[in-house]
Design a protein around this ligand. Sequence first.
Ligand code: ADP
Length: 625
Amino acid sequence: MYYNISFDIAAILVLIVLAVGMNTVLYTDTTGHKLVRRYMYSVIFCAVTDVITAYTICYGYLIPDTLNLILNSIYQYSSVLCVAVAMRTILNYYPSAGKTSVMINRLLLYLLVAFITVNMFTGWMFEFTNGEYVHGSLYMIAYALSLAVVFHMLYVVLINRGDRPGIMSRIIILFLFLPTVFTVIQMIVGDILLIAFGEAFSALIMLFALETPDYRKLMKTMNELEIAREEANVANRAKSDFLASMSHEIRTPINGILGMNTMILKDSDDWQITQYAENIRAAGNSLLSIINDILDLSKIESGRMELVPDDYELFSVMNDCYQINRIRAKDKNLELIFENDPDMPAVYFGDVVRIRQIMNNLLSNGIKYTAKGTVRLSVAFGDEDSGSHEDDGEYGTLVISVSDTGIGIKEDDLNNLFERFTRLEENKNKHIEGTGLGLHITQQLVYMMNGRIEVKSEYGVGSVFTVSIPQKVGDRRPMGEFAVRLKEQVNVVKNESDTIKAPGKTVLIVDDVKMNIFVLEGLLRDTQMRIDSATSGQEAVNMSKETKYDIIFMDQQMPQMDGTEAFHRIRDDKDNINHDTPVVVLTADAIVGARAGYLKEGFAEYLSKPVEQKELLNVVEELLS
Ligand code: ADP
């Protein structure tokens, strides 16, 4: 007989590739998968021994008969191993198969092993004489035993077919007979390795038909998952929208309350009432800041937080933060120090609202979590470029650092610090107001600006939060020392008279909420200006055709015609006597309240509600002068 060694080696390689491929496909570790894998390995082992024995039979005269006998016996054993694993695999799919079935199967396999072993001494199955392979007188027993194994298993499958869907049992029967069919073909054709291919083929069928879930069902489940994911996204968006609109809705009445309260503070001479009103202001402001945080969070989570970059003066940002936090620090007897590198540039290009928010969050935390000592803000600018930029402006890194001598943070807690709604040592800090959102929002804002935030802290000693944000320089001229400029600023303010008077001037206030109009009227009363009011965009447009105003205060959020639309109706109508009147936009939505956006729209100024009297008067003064 002639054998083609290259073909055999190639065939075994194909089997190995198949096994490796299967191994990759087997993504779960079910018993079925393990068994199919084991089956494939035993098939390869069997194929290798098959090839070896084919050669030793072919060139039998070159090696001793005993060695040939041993090698062939090993091949027979490996065949039994294959059958054993195959049967074990099938039994795995029929848990109802009783102990007797398992016992009979084992018994038949043991008999086969025993027969092969006995054959080595008796030659009943086969033997070698002078290098020739000779069938023994009882070789049919081996075939009979093999067939008995197959038919017994067929019986087991049929009896227990209730365990599996019909199609599966049919596939298993195919699996059962395929190697047998290939064995017969191999015997007739004489080519070796056909059995191995038959077995590998049936292993593939097992794997894909029995171990891989129904493709259509899988697709259906995947579709369902996709729909569920979409629904979850919609629900999440709805949650964010709800949060955003709720916060906005809540802000409107709070603004009313705080506005009315400002009037009480302004008009009341009664010490007791002023104290009550102060309390309302403090509680109202903290409520407002919680709502702002929630609004920010929902914007960040729904991906709708946008940065609005514009030129800003760092001194004025620091000054805003100083003015707000100075009072808080003073109440707690803390020293508040603001320092900066006097040579750093004065003007930058970035989102000033967010930079201020970051600075404020860190400062207010520093003050909140410090009982005595100092809270220090240090600002510097590193000229070294941070990344590539499309334009060739001058870039660098703005470094804002806030240190305190407060309670500090335990090393283990540093990891949770930026988690949303996470507050550390809640029991100990019960008396300190907070939601656990501030640092999360700060971190997200810093990331949006491609910056970094770092914390160093020693428990019981204090903490340092350092934020580094890439910023473009707007004006290279040195900013000067904050403390020195602050003193100059105070002198200017002190020289200013507290209120302005503008009798003879006329303003129009447009707001759909009457109370807001009332608050603004109250704040402007001392100016002695004439004040008209409109409660809708349309009414404002109509009135603007009749009377010439010096300033129009326009609420942005109004039903039907919003502030921007009303503004354009007035501005774009060249026949309107107010088409060049300065219009100040008012908005309760401090987030959307990107000043730059409104100024670009053409508004003369932007005021966020609740309107501060000082700010309002500054705007009036500026626009009237
Ligand atoms: P909030 O202050 O509203 O609780 P934050 O997100 O701002 O929420 O801070 C989360 C937690 O981190 C705080 O509850 C506090 O335990 C801790 N923390 C923040 N800043 C400091 C600080 N400067 N010193 C000590 N602990 C701080």
